[in-house]
Design a protein around this ligand. Structure first.
Ligand code: ZN
Length: 107
């Protein structure tokens, strides 16, 4: 039997996040509500997935001029458009990278 370690809830959350992310694209605020974690915690989890090469990111986009924050590798949402200085930014969306058929990521 596995001992009750403090990271147990995190394991559960990670599984939950992976399941959700494998189903569709998510904005961080929606994920935050879905798994009841703060956005800060969601970002931390997403960052781990990103570093593991599992995360596919749809870049944030300026709502005014459609500037795409494509080169942006960080999971964090930018606060301002470098082109038009607009602050209405469509948040980045996150999903799991499509895996090869039949090879499910071990949950
Ligand atoms: Zn802009």
């Amino acid at each position: 039997m596995k001992a009750a370690i403090p990271s147990e809830r995190h394991e559960t959350i990670r599984q939950e996040l992976r399941r959700l992310l494998s189903e569709r694209k998510w904005a961080v605020n929606a994920l935050s509500k879905a798994v009841r974690l703060s956005e800060k915690e969601i970002y931390a989890h997403l960052e781990l997935l990103r570093r593991a090469g599992l995360l596919s990111i749809v870049p944030a986009e300026c709502g005014d001029c459609r500037y795409a924050f494509a080169g942006r590798e960080k999971a964090k949402k930018p606060s301002k458009c470098p082109k038009c200085k607009g602050t209405y930014i469509n948040p980045p969306l996150f999903t799991l990278k499509s895996k090869q058929a039949g090879t499910a990521i071990s949950l």
